[in-house]
Design a protein. Structure first.
Length: 97
């Protein structure tokens, strides 16, 4: 397990990453940063926590609307593990959901 330092919405985070998963994690960080930046830049929401929740909801909706893929994970337990990982990454900023 390695650690990567990333920046999302101008804030640095150190995230745990399974060996060999760095590229996927960096891609996910880029997607989250783009979504959060778009919400912030729209100017209607200022609080980082609210921006994070709206971005998470937008991304979850996009996933739900996307056509199913053969390699897609539809396991609710996997989604729960993902939310717990995000909560852990947010650490002092509070829980995502």
């Amino acid at each position: 397990m390695s650690q990567l330092e990333v920046t999302i919405l101008g804030q640095s985070y150190v995230l745990a990453c399974p060996d060999g998963g760095e590229r996927d994690l960096l891609e996910a960080v880029a997607i989250v940063d783009r979504e959060m930046s778009a919400i912030r830049d729209a100017g209607k929401v200022k609080a980082r926590e609210r921006i994070a929740v709206l971005a998470a909801l937008n991304l979850a909706y996009q996933l739900a609307e996307a056509p199913p893929r053969n390699d897609a994970v539809a396991d609710p337990a996997e989604l729960d593990r993902l939310v717990r990982r995000i909560d852990h990454a947010l650490n002092d900023d509070g829980r995502l959901l």
